[in-house]
Design a protein around this ligand. Sequence first.
Ligand SMILES: [Zn+2]
Ligand SMILES: [Zn+2]
Length: 156
Amino acid sequence: MLTIGVSLMKKTIIVEKLVYCCDVASCDAEDIYPITCINCGVVHCHDCRKTQGVSYGRSVYINSSEDGYYCNACDLKLASQGDNELHNAYRRIASLKEEMKKWSDAFKRSADEAEAEVVSSFLVASFSEKRNLIISNRRSVANNQNDTQRQSGDTR
Ligand SMILES: [Zn+2]
Ligand SMILES: [Zn+2]
């Protein structure tokens, strides 16, 4: 029997990790994926971005909030000046998204109401009412067919 001696080599590897420090004065977070204001370059960590800035998307239909991030101060300043083309475009998209959401919510409310009305009318109608409705519908279909046959007979 052959025994092979294995000597395990050990290595110490120093891994460097790049972290960014959040620029909010009251925050000492370090973040690997921070977000930067595209106007002034201030860096915000994952938590601070929720309250310290505004994210804009480049598409009305797709939610891509990472595109245009502005710190609150820059967002307010650029909005009041109104002369930054990129910021204006982002704000226009945000306003269209808001308009679409309002329209979509109103449409959904109307659709839900109409559907609920069908259901409640159907449930309220008594069994005999429903039967009479079906019978009268059948009669009118049959009458229409007779009329059509008579008319086509007349033209011959
Ligand atoms: Zn800024
Ligand atoms: Zn922070």
